[in-house]
Write a protein that binds this ligand. Structure first.
Ligand code: ADP
Ligand code: ZN
Ligand code: ZN
Length: 803
């Protein structure tokens, strides 16, 4: 028997199946989806078995060296998904498989075999292994039964045995000391006879431990009996007591109380939206839905009830939410409804915690996973529904290999499992809404908030006018006044500063004019080094203007301002206000995010000031004012989606105000109040905004009218980067069809990272049959240079990041 293996060498030459002989002893044992160790040249490396076959064309097949798994870590579905990902993103197969698994599985982990049933119930052949303890090292198992691993595997499948991978956390090993009696079979009097009658404290300890069911945390013992460690010492030395290091059960939701919640009776509009979802679920039909519901329209309740339906039919559910929306508040809603059937996956977890959650899914202990992007690969076998909340979020696209979009993976898995996929958003991505318009997705609209709560009232403040009236502060008079009102009424405000711009755009403070490239409709980026404006799409460069091109004012300058600066200003103008600042600096420490939010929720501050991390998932009844300090800062990022992101973000932050009984108000400060992405927030009119935005996209030749590919080249030497990028652009132009546009080469918005120069070129196309082949050819052509590590070429299909 032959195992066909993808090896862990991410390079083009090795991106294919290699054949290995399965040693006789493992013939029934090895299955597709297992990790193995194989000889590869002089080395031993890891790989994944993806197929078994009876024969091979290879002359000298080497045998597998080792099998790392006892049950496959990849299902058949995930194996074929890996192939698909490889085609879609032009990545290596090994990267596609690795991205589906928790990182812990990439490191060397110790395996243990635990028994899950009483020793007497075990199959006689395995019994002797467990004569001394309930768990044995996997190495011992293979030693004892080199040829009977298949039998062990069957016992695992039956549930009598269980394999645990022991993940050693680097740095903070999560263990605690536990203590117990060395011999639990002895009677209490026999135990007490071991110590002197006068050693009362020691006798107390023994009596106390005798009463316990199992080991007790040493710390608890000390505090409950009010004794010191000195009392335990002689008992441990005489081996009357034993102390062990126990792995703490790593609960990512530690400390959160889950109050069980019941399904709410749905409103008529919620009802009309959930009906087709449930119908698709019951008919086992793959239907992609776009749930377009304003903030507070009750989307989450619909997710919850749809999931419940999936569970009822014996199937599972995946819910994706953006990383920053994975707040305790959000998680709580799922845990509150489905309790311990929920696993949670997000980047705040340690490697071991992620692994724990993954293992619960793999072993079928949980039925629902709530997580960020990579949770889309949850190894469920009977998916009933996939939900992507805030589907427009760009964090669903992975910005490293494999550059997949979770939405596309969700649709793939939905087709495979024949189940509905629900994309939900108050502000769907242009791509998704356009697909809904073309009836590729079924549109489910929810136009009103639950309980007819009004949408917040939005005021757009023209900051040019403020300047004209002599107000040079970052707060408009209107915003300041409303902040003061909130302080008086003891209500809360949120101030939002978007500081995503690495780059600075150039704007006239008198008229709001922003310098843009005439060829691309994209804001220029200001380059301090040579005091010039540059377009990062086509490469066009202009000297920094001295006066505004539109009104000839001299107040033209580049922009940028940080949360810290705002906080200083805030304490100056509103000294009595208590402010919580949330940005990358104040939330770096694990748990800081949750702490700050809960402090705000408990009314410990009047104003929450932060970056986009506060835009999502925030749901506090006392927030009645949301202020956006500089709505333009995102609008002028050199990215064709900047208007889309501005509208989405403004809607999103508005949604934080007045979600409960108190009416909400929003103040948006801007230098371009007439821009449709800002103006249309006042009426919360998505449809109108969509039409405006589509017009722009059509004019500029951007998605969803055109597909895009971004090729990024980097190298320590500038001349090499330029010449390689030129060759690539030339090759693309010669290979691809007439209608396809090849833009560049042009220096990347971030021209140099870590001493590597960066250039890019872009492809825009509608229909390009030769695309994949041409891009593969480029990868292949530069393979030697890229393998040596000097040259890097990244190819990003449907890019979201143009840095
Ligand atoms: P969204 O996810 O669209 O922002 P939510 O699901 O958070 O909306 O709902 C907004 C608020 O309305 C929440 O406080 C939620 O508990 C409440 N809600 C949702 N559906 C109902 C319902 N059918 N009846 C009563 N309250 C509801
Ligand atoms: Zn340009
Ligand atoms: Zn001007």
């Amino acid at each position: 028997m032959i195992a066909r293996v993808i090896v862990d060498v991410p390079a083009s030459q090795t991106d294919r199946l290699f054949d290995y002989k399965i040693p006789e002893k493992w013939v029934d044992f090895v299955q597709p989806g297992m990790r193995v160790i194989v000889p590869f040249g002089p080395r031993q490396i890891q790989g994944f078995v993806v197929e078994l076959s009876e024969g091979t064309n290879v002359d000298k097949v080497k045998p597998l060296s080792d099998v790392l798994d006892i049950t496959p870590v990849l299902t058949n579905e995930l194996i074929s998904l890996g192939n698909w990902l490889t085609e879609q993103t032009l990545c290596f197969k090994i990267s596609a498989y690795q991205v589906m698994l928790p990182a812990a599985l990439r490191t060397k982990v110790k395996k243990e075999l635990h028994r899950s049933v009483a020793v007497e119930k075990l199959d006689p052949f395995i019994k002797p292994l467990f004569s001394e303890s309930a768990c044995v090292d996997w190495a011992k198992v293979t030693e004892a039964f080199p040829t009977q691993l298949k039998k062990v595997q069957q016992l695992i499948e039956k549930g009598d045995l269980e394999v645990r991978y022991i993940v050693k956390e680097k740095g903070n090993k999560k263990t605690e000391k536990v203590i117990s009696l060395a011999n639990k079979e002895m009677s209490l009097s026999a135990i007490l006879d071991q110590v002197s009658k006068r050693a009362q404290k020691q006798r107390d300890v023994l009596e106390f431990l005798y009463e316990q069911e199992g080991p007790l945390r040493t710390q608890d013992l000390l505090s409950q009996l009010k004794i010191s460690r000195a009392t335990l010492k002689p008992l441990l030395e005489q081996e009357i007591l034993v102390e062990n290091d126990n792995e703490i059960y790593r609960d990512p939701l530690m400390g959160i109380q889950h109050k069980k919640t019941e399904p709410l009776p749905l409103t008529p509009s919620q009802q009309s939206v959930i009906t087709p979802i449930i119908a698709a679920l019951e008919e086992k039909k793959h239907v992609p839905f776009l749930l377009h519901g304003v903030t507070g329209s009750g989307k989450t309740e619909i997710y919850l009830q749809a999931i419940q339906e999936s569970l009822k039919t014996g199937r599972e559910a995946i819910v994706l939410v953006p990383e920053i929306a994975l707040t305790p508040q959000m998680v709580e809603r799922f845990k509150g409804r489905f309790g311990s059937l929920v696993a949670v996956l997000h980047s705040g977890l340690s490697m071991g915690e992620k692994y724990d959650e993954w293992r619960k899914i793999h072993r079928g202990e949980v039925k629902v996973v709530v997580g960020a992007r990579s949770a889309i690969f949850a190894p469920f076998k009977k998916l009933g529904i996939i939900i992507i909340d805030e589907e427009h979020e760009t964090s669903y696209k992975q910005e490293e290999n494999p550059r997949y979009h979770a939405r596309e993976v969700a649709l793939y898995r939905g087709r495979y499992h024949q189940c509905p996929v629900v994309l939900g958003s108050a502000t769907p991505s242009l791509e998704s809404f356009a697909r809904a318009k073309k009836e590729l997705y079924t549109l489910l609209p929810l136009h009103e908030r639950v309980g007819n709560r009004p949408m917040p009232k939005v005021d757009v403040v023209d900051m040019r006018e403020e300047l004209r009236l002599g107000n040079r502060s970052m707060f408009s008079r209107a915003l300041l006044e409303k902040l003061q009102e909130r302080l008086k009424r003891n209500e809360q405000s949120v101030l939002f500063l978007n500081r995503r711009g690495y780059s600075t755009f150039v704007m006239c403070r008198d008229c709001g004019y922003v310098a843009t490239c005439n060829h691309c409709d994209i804001s220029f980026t200001y380059h301090r080094s040579h005091h010039a404006l540059k377009c990062h799409y086509c490469g066009h460069e202009e000297p920094m203007p001295k006066t505004c091109q539109s009104c000839e004012s001299e107040h033209i300058r580049f922009f940028g301002s940080g949360t810290q600066k705002v906080e200083e200003e805030l304490t100056r103008v509103l000294p009595e206000a208590r402010v919580i600042r949330m940005d990358v600096d104040t939330t770096r420490r694990k748990g800081a995010h949750e702490k700050l939010l809960s402090a705000f929720g408990q009314g410990e501050a009047d104003i929450l000031l932060g970056t986009q991390m506060i835009a999502k998932g925030l749901d506090f009844p006392k927030i009645t004012l949301v202020g956006v300090l500089a709505a333009d800062s995102m609008l002028h990022i050199p990215d064709f989606r900047s208007a889309e992101r501005t509208f989405q973000l403004m809607e999103q932050v508005s949604g934080r105000a007045g979600r409960h009984d108190l009416l909400g108000e929003v103040v948006i400060q801007t230098y371009t109040p007439e821009h449709y992405s800002i103006e249309l927030v006042t009426s919360h009119n998505y449809e109108h905004y969509f039409q405006m935005e589509m017009l722009q996209r059509k004019r500029g030749g951007y998605p969803p009218y055109f597909y895009m590919v971004l090729i990024n080249v980097s190298h320590p030497e500038l001349t090499t980067v330029i010449s390689v990028t030129e060759k690539i652009a030339h090759f693309l132009k010669s290979e691809l069809s007439e209608e396809t546009m090849v833009l560049g080469p042009v220096v990347s918005p971030i021209a140099r990272i870590k001493d590597r120069y960066r250039y890019q070129c872009m492809i825009k196309y509608k229909n390009e049959p030769k695309l994949t082949k041409t891009l593969r050819d480029i990868q292949q052509h530069y393979i030697r240079e890229t393998n040596q590590g000097q040259l890097q070429i990244s190819i990003d299909l449907n890019p979201y990041l143009f840095m």
